[in-house]
Design a protein around this ligand. Sequence first.
Ligand code: PLP
Length: 406
Amino acid sequence: MIYFDHNATAPMLPEARQAWLEAAEKFIGNPSSPHRIGSRADAALSDARERLASFLGCDALDIVWTSGATEASNMVLHHFAQLAPAQSEAWISAIEHPCVLETAKSYFSKRLLLIPAHRSGVINIHWIRERLAHSRPAFIALMAANNETGVLQPWREALALCRESGVPLFCDATQWIGKLPATGLGECDFVSGSAHKFGGPKGVGFLKCPAKGRVEPLLYGGKQEEGRRAGTENVAGVLSMVAALEIREVTMRRTREDGDLKMENRGLTQSSSSSSAFSCSPVFGSSALTQRLNWREQFERQLLSSLPGAAIIGAEAPRIWHTISALMPEADCQQRWVVKLDKLGFAVSTGSACASGREEPSHVLRAMGHSTADTSRVLRFSSGWETREEDWDALLAALAKLSRRS
Ligand code: PLP
């Protein structure tokens, strides 16, 4: 089976598995226990905190270990719902993952304002700028890279606007971390990430939140994580996650002598009429990334030429190297494509991990102005670091074969 559903979850890296096994054997104590066995586990967590913080560019104490990005998002929304003034609004981008959007609806209800997106899939940064000129929300939430379309979002620009206005920014970086360098994300007030999206184990993630200042806990019943998250920490999971991230970060740092920084100009820094000019750099300087972006672009070109009527969603926007959201020709609905591709040995998806198999049209595509009919024609191909050029070729051949049959 060839796996093209990495945005749902990615296979575990052998090094991450090894780190997990070693940690499970070596750190048997509870990190909160006062004896040396407990202290050793606690020291291992502190070391992992330092390592993650060095990638994000923040203080180690800003990191809280969680069970994943869903919990981290819930923590942020819960925090603001408890501490923000009663009338204050939450401004959330219309294309957020349901773990942000649904939680925000439940906590903020009528006080929730959706930041609109352009047809390109990029949120409207002018909307934020204009509104901030006369009002202040409790916080703003903008993801780094969209899980359905791969469209990169102007979180740096949003951060600058938030800084000027004294408004906290929450960035769900789940699809960015481990795929693009994490550097700079730590400047956002709140950042979430999840190990299983980049080769770590499932059920572990983190929230970067301000160490100084109060964070209202979501889980009560223990003083772990400086009182910010009760519950015994998943020591082996955390060490395995950080081991996976280290491998991804090292891969991204490996730059070629001939300097392929020009990749930044291939849709990674962009200026378009539908969205403000924004920069996602420092991003592509790594030959590993360049190569994967080339494969994705080549696949897209060939897909469009071999399947008349197909289109790439968000084609005009800067997009992360591993995600393609394709509007398939009208002949067949997305579920049938998924089943037929599965029979041919390819795992693909109809949308986000959580939206897969669901009947409702994707809120992301709807926010981009696509019709309900369009949303039922979309397939998502999400590759990973281990995906090879020949895997893309094989997928293309399978799609062409199925399209000839229909
Ligand atoms: N945020 C984004 C952008 C995601 O893609 C996902 C998973 O699909 C999540 C959050 C939820 O992550 P987790 O599985 O760690 O709860």
